[in-house]
Design a protein around this ligand. Structure first.
Ligand code: HEM
Length: 199
């Protein structure tokens, strides 16, 4: 990871994760009025998604931190378990929220596929680690983190679109797919370049 990218990745992961927990200290109507309708259709799923999603995002940079992995492998394994459990909880919870989603069917499908891919890549990463295949573990976990980071990319794309006059719901037609397909494409390109052109 280059230094500027590491700054970008660490700071945005931590800032968005912490900012997303604002509903823990403010009333939902003030913190996230657009989420109020979910409290009727899927209250437990909504709370679980919004608590566990930011936890996974906040842990992601620590899991990729090579120094910590080398010096404290046991800590890496424990925080890895928490990261994976947070994703399973938040991913399943987001699937429970989707029937109450107010955007288009296209956006709903994008979030649905994202949730399944998020759980799937993370599960494969854990299975490969337990099998002792650390190369495949690293590859699947990088994909998992790319999907976790969709929470950041989504907000980066949403900002300019809202400034151009789109409603938040309209922006989901772009972000429900774009937020994670862009991350995965960048990751796969970077991994292939590293294989073809070793440093
Ligand atoms: C990667 C799989 C994910 C899926 C499929 C997903 C899906 C969704 C959906 C459908 C909503 C409701 C949007 C609306 O109707 O306005 C939502 C909201 C939310 N999600 Fe996720 N999400 C994912 C990951 C994350 C992550 C990693 C975080 C970490 C920050 C997160 C934090 C939140 C928060 C805090 C909200 C409330 C809306 C807001 O912040 O304004 N989600 N998510």
């Amino acid at each position: 990871m280059t230094r500027p990218f590491a700054w970008f990745f660490w700071s945005l992961s931590l800032i968005i994760a912490l900012a997303s927990w604002r509903f823990l200290v403010l009333p939902m109507a003030e913190a996230m009025p657009h989420m109020l309708h979910y409290l009727d259709s899927a209250p437990v799923g909504t709370w679980v998604h919004m608590t566990a999603g930011p936890l996974a995002l906040g842990l992601a940079p620590f899991q990729l931190w090579q120094g910590l992995r080398r010096k404290r492998p046991a800590l890496h394994r424990w925080t890895g378990r928490v990261y994976a459990l947070a994703i399973v909880a938040s991913g399943v919870a987001s699937l429970a929220m989707l029937p109450g989603f107010q955007g288009s069917g296209f956006a709903q499908a994008g979030f649905g596929v994202l949730a399944l891919a998020w759980i799937g890549t993370t599960a494969l990463g854990i299975v490969r680690a337990r099998a002792g295949d650390l190369v495949a573990h690293r590859r699947w976990m990088l994909r998992s983190v790319a999907l976790t980071f969709a929470a950041v990319t989504l907000r980066l794309i949403m900002g300019p679109l809202v400034a151009m006059g789109w409603t938040v719901t309209e922006t989901y037609d772009v972000t429900a797919w774009g937020s994670w397909l862009i991350n995965l494409a960048i990751l796969e390109y970077w991994q292939r370049r590293r294989v073809v052109l070793p440093a």
